[in-house]
Design a protein around this ligand. Structure first.
Ligand SMILES: [Zn+2]
Length: 136
């Protein structure tokens, strides 16, 4: 997976790293369907996320030094689904168990923690969101 928008934490995953989005609004371009896209936010000045008001497609617009480079569709994932994509099952389990204050596999947890931190995600923030999550 190259990129996705992560809800509800309002961050974007792009090429291995997670970035915060500065909310914005306004015209975001035209969609393939003919609809108008509205801006959802920016990562600094190089990545704009926009959503079509007609078909709800979400696209990322990539810039380099204010020059438009490319646009591509991105998925919108709930945090839990995103974590399931980037972590192994045992890493995800350990993270949820830790968040819920029950016993967990120490080595799986450490691997999960390292992966999150390498992506610029803050462990405490993720644990806050996972509190109360039930494992299947
Ligand atoms: Zn559209």
């Amino acid at each position: 997976m190259r990129a996705c928008l992560i809800n509800p934490i309002k961050k974007v995953f792009f090429e291995g790293l997670v970035y915060s989005i500065e909310p914005s609004n306004g015209f975001g371009g035209f969609c393939d369907c003919g609809g108008i896209m509205s801006q959802k936010g920016w990562v600094e000045d190089w990545l704009m996320i926009a959503e079509c008001e007609n078909c709800w497609k979400v696209e990322a617009f990539l810039y380099d030094n204010y020059r438009f480079v490319e646009r591509f569709e991105i998925k919108v994932l709930a945090l839990i689904d995103f974590l399931n994509e980037i972590l192994t099952e045992s890493e995800f389990e350990a993270l949820v168990q830790k968040a819920n204050g029950v016993s967990y596999n120490y080595s799986s947890f450490n691997k999960a923690k390292r992966k999150l931190e390498e992506m610029n995600l803050k462990l405490e923030e993720i644990l806050d969101h996972l509190r109360g999550t039930q494992l299947p």
